[in-house]
Design a binder for this molecule. Structure first.
Ligand code: BG6
Length: 518
C-alpha cells in the first residue's frame, strides 16, 4: 500500500467540474482530432465531466453536425491512447457535441455563435461558463479574441460564471509580438482568464518534478552549485518535419521547442521552493529563474549555442531527405532543426553551473530527459586504479518510459576496481491510470486552475533569451548550417561544446529498457 497525500499542484484528477460550454475554434483541424477530442472522451470515461456540458466545434468547413461527430468518432479510433473505444462512453458524449459553421474573421458569425450557445439544450446548466479553445493558426488568436469581445462573449463584464480562453502555442514569434498579443488578449480577457498551453506541463513526470524535489528531503539539499556540476535537458525526436514545412520554416527548433517546452523544464528544475503550491507562487518562482538568466551577448551566443539541420540519410531503415528538400521548405533554408544552448543562471544557487539544453528532429532516439550531473568525488583514494572517477548522474526521464534513474559508483565484486551501477524507478504502474497531458490541462482549465499554464511574464522572459540567440545568429550571416545525419544524436559541434568543458552528453536510453522494466 502506498500512502497518498493530495497537494495543491493543480486539481487532482478526480472530482467533477462545473458544467461549461467548450467552444473549439479551428475545430476541423488536426489538434482537435488528435488531442482535444480524445482528451474529452477520456475525461468523460473517467467520470470527470458533469451533466450539462456542451462541446461546440467552430470552423469554416461546410459540414453537418452528424458529419462533424462522425469525424470525431473516427479521430478517437485513430488517436485515443486507450483501446477499444467504449461505445457507451461515446454515446454519452456524442449528443452534447455540436458544430457551428463560421468564419473566424467574420464578427457576425460570433453573434450567431452567441445565439447558438444561448439556445443549446445544456444552456440552463452551463449558464455563463464558457471555455474557448483557440486551436487555430496563431495569426487568428487576436482576431478571435476581438470578435468574441464584439459579440459580448468575452470576460469583461457580467457576473456569475466565467469566460476563459485556452491559447495554443506558439505564443508570438519573438518578444515584441508576444507582448503585442498579450496586450490584445488582455483587452478582452484578464490574465487569470487566459490559459496558455505548454503541453509539456501536463505530462505526469513533469508535474512530478516538483513533488520529487520538494516532497523529499534527500535531493533538495544537494540541488545547487556545491554539489551539481551541470544539468542537461534533452528533447530528442526521431520524426522529421514531414508535412509541417510551412510552419517550421517560420519557427525552427528554437521557437518550436526551446522557447517553450525546454524552458519550462529548465525553470522547474532550477526554481526555488515556492511559498505554496498555488499557481501564482509557483509561477513567480519560475519567472525568477528566467530573470536570473542574463541576456547573452552575440559573442556568448555564438560560443554557447549550436544550430544545425538534418541532411540526407537513413533513419530507422528509411531514407530521409534533407530538411532543405522537405515540402514547403526553402532550398536555401537556414532554419535549424537542431539547437543546443548553454545557459547560466546568475543566482546564489546556480552561479557557475551550466545548463545545456538540446532538441532536434530526425535524431536516432525519441526521448525527453533531464540529467543532473554531480561533481566528481575526490579521487585520491582510488587513484591507483582509475584516472578519474565517473560523476554521479540523476536522470529524470520524462518520456517515453517515465522514470528516475540514479547512476553511481560501486566496487567490482572480487576486484579492487570501480564500475557504474544504476538504481531504476519506473513511474508507470499497472494500477494507475496515466492521463494524457491534454486531459489534465483541459480539466485544470475547466477548474480555473492555472499552475500548469504559462503566465504572460514567463512567456516574455523566455522570448527575451531566445530573441538574443536569434539576433546573434542573424548577424552570423551563414549561407548554410552545419548538417547532421538523420539517426545520429545531432551535430559534432554539440558534442564539442561539452567536450571542451570536460563534459559529455548522457547516453540515450538503451534499447532493452522495456525489458529491464519487467
Ligand atoms: C510540439 C512541437 O509543441 O511538441 C512539435 O510543435 C513536437 O514539433 C511536439 O514534435 C513534441 O511533443 P511530444 O509531446 O510528442 O514530445
Amino acid at each position: 500500500m502506498t500512502t497518498r497525500q493530495t497537494a495543491g499542484l493543480g486539481h487532482m484528477i478526480g472530482g467533477k467540474v462545473a458544467p461549461a460550454a467548450v467552444v473549439i475554434f479551428g475545430a476541423s483541424g488536426d489538434l482537435t482530432h488528435r488531442k482535444i477530442l480524445p482528451a474529452f472522451y477520456h475525461l468523460q470515461k473517467n467520470g470527470h465531466l458533469p451533466e450539462g456540458m456542451a462541446i461546440v466545434g467552430f470552423a469554416r468547413r461546410d459540414q453537418s453536425e452528424p458529419q462533424f461527430r462522425e469525424g470525431l468518432r473516427q479521430a478517437l479510433e485513430d488517436h485515443s491512447h486507450t483501446h477499444p473505444i467504449d461505445n457507451a462512453v461515446w454515446a454519452s458524449l456524442e449528443p452534447h457535441i455540436y458544430y457551428q459553421k463560421g468564419d473566424l474573421a467574420n464578427p457576425e458569425d460570433y453573434v450567431r455563435l452567441a445565439e447558438r450557445l444561448r439556445t443549446l439544450p445544456e444552456a440552463a446548466a452551463f449558464g455563463r461558463n464558457h471555455l474557448y479553445y483557440l486551436a487555430t493558426a496563431p495569426n487568428f488568436f487576436p482576431i478571435v479574441a476581438e470578435n468574441l469581445g464584439k459579440a459580448g462573449l468575452d470576460a469583461r463584464e457580467g457576473t456569475g460564471g466565467y469566460r476563459r480562453l485556452i491559447v495554443e502555442k506558439p505564443f508570438g514569434t519573438d518578444l515584441p509580438s508576444a507582448r503585442a498579443l498579450n496586450q490584445i488578449l488582455h483587452q478582452y480577457f484578464p490574465e487569470p482568464c487566459i490559459f496558455r498551453i505548454d503541453h509539456y506541463l501536463g505530462k505526469e513526470n513533469v508535474q512530478n518534478l516538483l513533488y520529487f524535489r520538494f516532497a523529499n528531503s534527500i535531493f533538495e539539499p544537494l540541488w545547487d552549485r556545491r554539489y551539481i556540476d551541470h544539468v542537461q535537458i534533452t528533447v530528442a525526436e526521431t520524426q522529421t518535419i514531414g508535412t509541417r514545412g510551412a510552419y517550421y520554416e517560420t519557427a525552427g527548433a528554437s521557437r518550436d521547442m526551446l522557447q517553450n517546452h525546454l524552458m519550462q523544464l529548465f525553470t522547474l528544475i532550477a526554481m526555488e521552493p515556492p511559498a505554496s503550491l498555488e499557481a501564482e507562487s509557483i509561477r513567480d518562482e519560475k519567472v525568477k529563474v528566467l530573470r536570473s538568466v542574463p541576456t547573452p551577448t552575440p559573442e556568448e551566443v555564438l560560443r554557447n549555442s549550436v544550430r544545425a539541420q538534418y541532411g540526407p540519410g537513413i533513419l530507422n531503415g528509411k531514407t530521409v531527405r534533407p530538411y532543405r528538400e522537405e515540402d514547403r521548405v526553402s532550398r536555401r533554408s537556414l532554419v535549424e532543426t537542431y539547437v543546443c544552448l548553454r545557459l547560466e543562471v546568475d543566482n546564489w544557487r546556480w552561479s557557475g553551473v551550466p545548463f545545456y539544453l538540446r532538441t532536434g528532429k530526425a535524431l536516432g532516439h525519441q526521448y525527453t530527459e533531464i540529467c543532473i550531473v554531480f561533481h566528481r568525488a575526490p579521487c585520491v583514494l582510488f587513484a591507483h586504479n582509475l584516472k578519474r572517477i565517473a560523476r554521479n548522474w540523476l536522470k529524470i526521464r520524462i518520456q517515453p518510459i517515465e522514470g528516475i534513474h540514479m547512476i553511481f559508483n560501486t566496487k567490482v565484486p572480487g576486484q579492487p576496481a570501480i564500475e557504474e551501477a544504476r538504481m531504476d524507478f519506473y513511474y508507470r504502474r499497472q494500477d494507475h491510470y496515466f492521463p494524457e497531458a491534454y486531459e489534465r490541462l483541459l480539466l485544470d482549465a475547466l477548474n480555473g486552475e492555472s499552475t500548469l499554464f504559462t503566465r504572460s511574464d514567463e512567456v516574455e522572459q523566455a522570448w527575451r533569451i531566445i530573441d538574443a540567440v536569434q539576433a546573434a545568429w542573424r548577424e552570423e550571416d551563414l549561407d548554410r548550417l552545419p548538417l547532421y545525419a538523420p539517426g545520429s544524436m545531432g551535430p559534432v559541434e554539440a558534442e564539442e561544446l561539452l567536450r571542451r568543458e570536460g563534459r559529455r552528453w548522457g547516453d540515450p536510453p538503451c534499447e532493452q529498457e522495456e525489458e529491464l522494466r519487467e
